[in-house]
Design a protein around this ligand. Sequence first.
Ligand SMILES: Nc1nc2c(ncn2[C@@H]2O[C@H](COP(=O)(O)OP(=O)(O)OP(=O)(O)O)[C@@H](O)[C@H]2O)c(=O)[nH]1
Ligand SMILES: [Mg+2]
Length: 204
Amino acid sequence: MFSLFYGLWKYLFSKTEFHVLILGIDKAGKTTLLEKLKSLYSNLEGLPPDRIVPTVGLNIGRIEVSNSKLVFWDLGGQAGLRSIWEKYYEEAHAVVYVIDATCPSRFEESKSALEKVLRHEDLQGAPLLILANKQDLSEAVSAEEIARYLDLKKLDERIYMVEAVSAYDGMGIKESMEWLVEVMERSKRTETLRVRAGVAGPGA
Ligand SMILES: Nc1nc2c(ncn2[C@@H]2O[C@H](COP(=O)(O)OP(=O)(O)OP(=O)(O)O)[C@@H](O)[C@H]2O)c(=O)[nH]1
Ligand SMILES: [Mg+2]
């Protein structure tokens, strides 16, 4: 009996912790984005852009958005470090994929790295938020243009959105996070991860 009530209480009141992977090729702006998220959503002052160095290990950031806890994992995007990404796929509720919208010469590399990510079976059903970053610079390409380039039609079953953002001035970031929380809350993948973690609902 106790376990039934405990299960119900846990189901109704425990805040889900969502794990969000921040991926993208090197210099896309992933760590700058993470630091901006910390500044926007927590009491922590994020590192200023001039103190951020290329990522070799893992940066972790925790924030709360719309009453949900988000844990971000920011990994290094250099070619030699991308093989590490897949170690985090199984536990991720969603992927944020960052693209430097001012660098068309690297769009192809960015696209093929993304395609490889999405082919991985451990990420099945994970919602995808693609960020066309660095919109504070005049040469930045729009979110629509990036979406066209990525040819996202192939993604029919995956929930995704492409948003224009700037990790420098914060443009588009709040809208992106609200979308992300909303889709993670109702995604089948979240349910699957919840069941796997043993929080399967009141009857569990
Ligand atoms: N103008 C502008 N520059 C940005 C923005 N975001 C990142 N940058 C710059 O882009 C460069 C790379 O940023 P990082 O955040 O280190 O990129 P990263 O994706 O984490 O790179 P790796 O850790 O190597 O994978 C830095 O010089 C940043 O200052 C942005 O929104 N606008
Ligand atoms: Mg980084």
